[in-house]
Design a protein around this ligand. Structure first.
Ligand SMILES: [Zn+2]
Ligand SMILES: [Zn+2]
Length: 217
């Protein structure tokens, strides 16, 4: 399969952005290429899934606990964290980050991402009680964008005309870096390096270090 995450051999690719910051049985936490702000991480599944909507139901609890812990950890370092996903329903759709492998974004944003998305595309948002409801979208081949704001409110929207990297565009526009929304052309290595340094030097890092054990407590 031609998948950047599945084909990645971390021992042969020691680039800084491949640094694993946290890990559980089924997920990695890594910095994101194209971090428009410092402190932006990705939770990536070890097995290949297209999006959270496709994830096996048994893995949801692990994902939710990990997301909760990493988000709390990041909040201590950077303030309010927004969680979001570009959920393609089939490979090679524009809504994805041009990465067709499950990855959930966690980023410290000082603005309301849902509101900022209006600058890029008009969407009808539905409030979710459970992220698992994304399955209904995936199963009906509906691409989606998902946002969980710092108040823990969750929203999802679908469209047939999502622009490429929709939520990255919304963030880049809001922080006046619109020309940098495409991560392929703007790796933002300085942000990646400072993120790793801040996290690894944090006094909270050791307590979070081995999420493998604590994720199931
Ligand atoms: Zn993959
Ligand atoms: Zn993405």
């Amino acid at each position: 399969m031609n998948c950047g995450f599945c084909n990645l051999d971390r021992s042969k690719n020691p680039e800084i952005w491949n640094t694993v910051l946290f890990e559980t049985s089924n997920f990695f936490v890594v910095p994101t290429l194209g971090a428009l702000v410092e402190g932006w991480l990705l939770i990536v599944s070890k097995e290949h899934y297209l999006c959270v909507g496709e994830l096996d139901s048994e893995l949801f609890e692990e994902l939710e606990k990990l997301t909760f812990k990493v988000s709390n950890f990041l909040t201590k370092l950077y303030g309010d964290i927004t969680i979001f996903e570009h959920g393609p329903a089939v490979p090679n759709q524009l809504v994805g980050c041009s990465v067709d492998h499950l990855h959930l974004h966690l980023a410290p944003l000082s603005f309301d991402l849902l509101g900022a998305t209006k600058n890029i595309i008009d969407l009808e948002w539905t409030e979710l009680v459970d992220f698992k409801q994304s399955k209904e979208y995936f199963n009906r081949s509906k691409p989606y964008v998902y946002i969980k704001n710092p108040k823990n409110e969750q929203f999802i929207a679908t469209s047939n005309v999502f622009p490429s990297q929709t939520l990255r565009q919304a963030i880049a526009y809001e922080i006046n870096k619109f020309e940098k929304y495409n991560w392929r052309n703007n790796l933002e290595i300085d942000h990646i390096m400072s993120t790793i340094k801040t996290i690894q030097n944090s006094p909270f890092y050791t307590e979070c270090d081995n999420l493998e054990l604590s994720v199931y407590d």
